[in-house]
Design a protein around this ligand. Structure first.
Ligand SMILES: Nc1ncnc2c1ncn2[C@@H]1O[C@H](COP(=O)(O)OP(=O)(O)OP(=O)(O)O)[C@@H](O)[C@H]1O
Ligand SMILES: [Mg+2]
Length: 473
């Protein structure tokens, strides 16, 4: 069982499939027993010094630059040192950002718990970051420590959601959305960097004895990236999971029809796609059933983007053709600044754009069409706000109290956390789904035909043609 979180339908499902194969399990407890943690007391000075460092956008090229697994020992050490060179500053930015929230908000026990988790992580990583990892023994210890840290942060979203719900008298919904949007985008990157090293570690030559499955032939994975990801397969898997939840709650489930090009494959991060599709299907299932339209299929169309679409700008319902901005990745510190009025000259300029790889595959648009009645005009203006939900508030409180929340697909890069047994709850599905989509230059657009149904367009860019990348590497 991966990590130490309680089991849930989704978690079990994810763990049975691709993701966990590449990250064999270290539990937090095992780590602590085998290697006592060396931590350093982090001072405010350490934090400000690190937080003053500019963050650079993360590219998918960064994630694949150490080569295709199995990695040699030198490649693996380079990956570990690269990871260590990036994480402390990113953690310090998160700490500063939390500290910049109004004091009464950050004093909330849930929010301060998250702040303390970041301090703990930074204290743990700093002693490692102060030297270079030069041998495998240290690399193993470092990886165990990092697996523990990744686990420590796995429930962040439900804890923050609870904190902000409790503190809602003291902070406006707009400010919560602004903070969470930046914070959770930044968190996607931080987790990705850590998880990429964990995944590479377990698929590298020196540690191959612990690889169990997948020994029959070369893997399509480079760490967390699947170079032959088939969106239709992910849709089917998410359909099964969401369908089970839907039947449990409502006793019925709509069926999903996949059309377009179901055989299309591209290179992307499966857990990100799983998270987004699960959230979009949950919304479509709920609307369809609540409107009594479960006999009408939910239609999912897989539409690969044309090869030359990378050069077109800003047309259509998605924004797939634009570059990636620092806002997409939550590294501008704009939200923190809005609370303090401080300006920050340390972040890279916000008009700096990047592309995943110079030679990127265009990617895919997935349209999810339901007959669930659409979204009313007054609600439509709020669907991207964190915490906006038409689910009733008592149910939301119950969801939080029971610790289930919206933490789908949490074993890995997903929001992280506990179980998942509800089709709706906190109003995080759309904004967080969009954060995942935009992180590497994709997008989500919602078009509602009020009184009829909803079309959601999810666009994702491919991460690049691996052969071409490898030729250049
Ligand atoms: N396909 C859809 N049809 C009708 N309404 C929708 C659809 N998708 C989203 N909505 C509306 O948008 C609101 C916000 O959606 P969002 O996914 O962010 O939160 P949620 O589903 O309420 O809770 P959760 O955090 O579990 O996703 C929903 O409560 C619902 O009113
Ligand atoms: Mg939802």
């Amino acid at each position: 069982m991966a990590y130490t979180c309680p089991p849930s339908m989704l978690r079990t499902h994810i763990l049975r499939r691709g993701v966990s194969r590449h990250i064999p399990i270290i539990t937090a407890r095992q780590c602590r027993h085998s290697h006592p943690l060396h931590t350093k007391n982090v001072t405010d000075g350490d934090i400000s010094k690190l937080a003053a460092k500019a963050l650079h956008p993360l590219t998918l090229a960064d994630l694949v630059k150490h080569g295709r697994p199995p990695l040699s020992t030198p490649q693996l050490l380079t990956s570990a040192n690269f990871t260590l060179s990036i994480l402390p500053a990113r953690l310090a930015h998160r700490i500063e950002s939390l500290r910049n929230l109004p004091f009464i908000v950050v004093s909330n026990p849930h929010i301060s718990k998250i702040h303390n988790n970041y301090i703990h992580s930074l204290s743990t990583l700093l002693p490692w970051a102060e030297r270079e990892i030069t041998n495998l023994e240290d690399e193993i210890k470092f990886t165990e420590v990092m697996a523990d840290l990744v686990q420590t942060h796995s429930n962040t979203i439900s804890i923050l959601a609870r904190g902000f719900l409790e503190a809602r008298k003291y902070i406006s919904p707009k400010d919560v959305t602004r903070f969470l949007d930046e914070h959770l985008r930044a968190r996607i990157g931080t987790r990705l960097i850590a998880e990429q090293h964990l995944a590479l570690h377990f698929s590298s030559q020196p540690h191959q004895e612990i690889m169990h499955e997948d020994s029959d032939g070369p893997s399509d994975f480079i760490g967390v990236i699947d170079t032959s990801l088939r969106p239709a397969k992910i849709v089917q898997q998410c359909d099964n999971i969401v369908g089970e939840i839907c039947e449990l709650k409502y006793g019925v489930r709509p069926h999903v029809v996949i059309n377009g090009e179901p055989d299309y494959t591209f290179a992307h991060i499966p857990v990100h796609l799983e998270y987004i599709i699960t959230e979009l299907l949950k919304n479509a299932f709920r609307a369809t059933v609540e409107r009594g339209m479960e006999r009408e299929a939910i239609e999912v169309t897989i539409a690969p983007l044309p090869e030359d679409s990378g050069s077109i700008t800003g047309t259509g319902p998605s924004n797939i053709t634009r570059g990636i901005t620092n806002e997409d990745q939550g590294i501008t510190d704009l939200a923190s600044r809005s609370f303090t009025g401080k300006s920050s000259s340390t972040s890279p300029s916000s008009d700096e754009t990047i592309r995943p790889l110079a030679l990127s595959t265009p990617g895919v648009t997935i349209r999810i069409r339901d007959r669930g009645g659409g979204i009313s005009p007054e609600n439509y203006a709020h669907i991207w706000d964190y915490s906006f939900t038409t689910f009733n508030e008592d149910q939301v409180s119950d969801t939080l109290a029971s610790g289930s929340g919206m933490d789908a697909l949490s074993a890995f890069s997903g929001p992280g956390g506990d179980g998942q047994n509800s089709l709706a709850g906190l109003g995080y599905g759309l904004p967080l789904g969009r954060a995942y989509a935009e992180y590497f230059g994709g997008g989500i657009a919602v078009q509602s035909l009020w009184g009829w149904g909803t079309d959601v367009y999810l666009s994702l860019r491919g991460v690049g043609k691996m052969e071409e990348f490898e030729d250049r590497a």
